[in-house]
Design a protein around this ligand. Structure first.
Ligand code: SF4
Length: 352
């Protein structure tokens, strides 16, 4: 593994928190959104990390709540001519790359991701050029320009399988941008990986010492962790996997108490899948430490009923994703490879 540029030292401007809506405002927004969805032949594609109200509305209106791979699949297969992508900007871009004929609207185009921000296209392309013998694999959490420079795009749900496959073909890898996921995949596969050094500001904050203390308080609890978390947290977990795989694990495990190291928006689907179980967020602050995100992504929080309504009403450059054809075509190839690869495997990355 290589230390190239430590974007983890970067600090990102957090967006202003939205004012919570009253019950009657929520009701009004929902009615308005339903009418607009119908009028625009649109459907909501929401990520597991969005607000529970957003996830509930997506389900209620025939949309989907999923991880980024399933969001991409659903958006491509659904007959709606407009996709309202509730998530962060790279998810909207991915939807546009896969569906150029569809209108892609987002509640806001200002919803960033620290992994995307931590992997700017120009230095990344220079890094790849310096190691041109390596196959370039980038995580879905990247811009269209970074995807366009890659040979493969991958999501956490199939990362181990894809790298294992490439390693079996004798290929050496450049992995970007998440260093914890890159480290996890390298340890699982033994592949030769040169790793970019960005992190997710949410998962990077989970603390192993505090987690061990929490486990003492809840000795019968299972620990689920997303592999964007630090290695010590991942190693201590009973199950490691993507968001979809963690929800599946919560259902399959016999434990009644479950400690979860990922963004807390996932509790909506976990609780829905297992109403009798108790879920606890893993600690994000140890002794003499404090959390910046406290397991809640500040950019995912920009998706609300109000901003969805605004996106559908106003459209235009504040809400619609545009990607030029040349860039889109280059970014499409590695994404298409990922979808074909994913279609050929059925995976559950259970560590236990
Ligand atoms: S939770 Fe982390 S990986 Fe997901 S959008 Fe937020 S910053 Fe990016």
């Amino acid at each position: 593994m290589s230390n190239f540029i430590d974007f983890n030292l970067a600090s990102y401007p957090f967006p202003t928190k939205l004012t919570p809506l009253t019950a009657s405002e929520k009701k009004h927004c929902k009615q308005s959104i339903k009418l607009l969805l119908e009028k625009r032949n649109a459907v909501i594609v929401a990520h597991y990390y969005t607000d529970p109200d957003v996830q509930a509305l997506a389900e209620e209106t025939g949309g989907c709540v999923a991880d980024s791979l399933e969001m991409a699949r659903f958006g491509s297969l659904h007959p709606a001519s407009t996709l309202v992508v509730a998530g962060v900007r790279f998810m909207g871009e991915t939807a546009k790359i896969l569906n150029p004929e569809k209108k892609i609207l987002m509640p806001t185009l200002k919803a960033e991701c620290s992994l995307d921000l931590g992997c700017p296209a120009k230095p990344f392309a220079e890094f790849c050029d310096q190691h041109s013998e390596r196959t370039v694999v980038v995580y879905a959490n990247t811009s269209a320009a970074v995807k366009a420079r890659a040979d493969w795009v991958v999501t956490s749900s199939i990362a181990v399988e894809l790298i294992d496959y490439l390693d079996s073909q004798g290929q050496k890898i450049i992995w970007a941008p998440d260093r914890h996921l890159g480290n996890y995949v390298q340890r699982k596969t033994g592949a030769d990986i040169l790793c970019w050094q960005a992190t997710c500001i949410v998962h990077d904050e989970f603390k192993i010492q505090a987690l061990k203390k929490m486990k003492m308080l809840y000795p019968d609890a299972a620990i689920l962790a997303h592999p964007e978390s630090p290695a010590a947290v991942v190693d201590f977990a009973d199950v490691v996997g993507s968001t979809g795989q963690l929800i599946q694990a919560a259902q399959n495990l016999s434990n009644q108490q479950i400690i979860v190291a990922t963004e807390k928006g996932i509790f909506y689907k976990m609780q829905q899948a297992c109403p009798d179980k108790s879920f606890y967020i893993a600690p994000t602050a140890g002794e003499s430490a404090f959390c910046r995100t406290c397991a809640h992504c500040p950019w995912m929080a920009m998706n609300s009923l109000k901003t969805i309504e605004q996106g559908l009403k106003k459209e235009g450059e504040l809400h619609e994703i545009f990607i030029n054809d040349e860039l889109r075509e280059r970014a499409f190839k590695p994404l298409e490879r990922m979808l074909s690869f994913a279609a050929n495997i059925k995976s559950l990355n259970y560590k236990c």
